[in-house]
Unconditional design. Sequence first.
Length: 328
Amino acid sequence: MTQMKMNRRQMMLMAGAAAIAVTASSMSPAHAQAAYPADKIQMLLPFGAGGGQDEFARRFIPRMDPAISGQVFIDNRPGGNGILATEMLTKAKPNGYTLIQQTSSFTTNPFLAKSMKFDPLKDLDPISLVARTPHVLVVRKDFPANTIAEFVEYAKANPGTLNYGSGGIGSTNHIAALLLEKATGIEMEHIVYKSATEYNNDLLGGRLDLVFAGSAQGATLANSGGVKALGVTADKRSGMLPDVPTFAEAGLPEVNAYSWTGYLAPAGTPPEIIEQLSAAMQKAAHDPEVQKAFPAHELIGSTPEEFKTFLAEDYAKMGELLKSVQPQ
């Protein structure tokens, strides 16, 4: 009898311990969520140190929620026009501790690369589109046109004689030129350069007819007096070139081209972590100090769903535009 009583007592104790364990187990996910981030966050950057995207990351990320930004370390992983770093991300655990800062090549690579081991719309979770930058059509100083309309008229009257420089097939300044050709039916010769410095020098020297430059670069060139700025590839005028009209104002809203910057995580990252990261990025995008630091950028700070929609639309747009371009 004594033994039986002891067994019953033991069973009651065991049942109580089990209940405590279940309660603790049910609390652990909430505890883990509240603790994020509890470790360092690796921010993959598909570009080398010292470039424009690297500078943006190092000035933008510190303006995020300190609980997050204090844990982020930037890992520069250039290669394959961003493909190398993106492949690394898709192989990382979807736990919020490996992210990537992406740019416009993300939606052009699928149509230019010989092969990719990931699907950009399925294998990554969008967090936030934080910035975009329009381009400016700049022409050599003695070009016989002073407006977008005059430029198109001249190009149609002289088919195939105009040349423009870019950083390569699928680069944003190449995309802008393709959009202009498609919208107007004009034909121009594309010349690929190794760097912006090279094609800017040829433009200033009169050896190149035109370039679609980033708005900051375009403003610098135009303010130097060495070129003429004719139009901005944006929904609204650039604060750096307030007197230069947009292509939409000239009746060509299709010529709408931007370089963009956004953040993504591996597919399957918990939604609550995505939302927490997105909120921190939206906060930074609307920070007056960030806006002051990047006057050429349109700071956005989108929600994950807005960024997802943007990527799908941009992917479709690039696919249509680049379908006639042969993979490199």
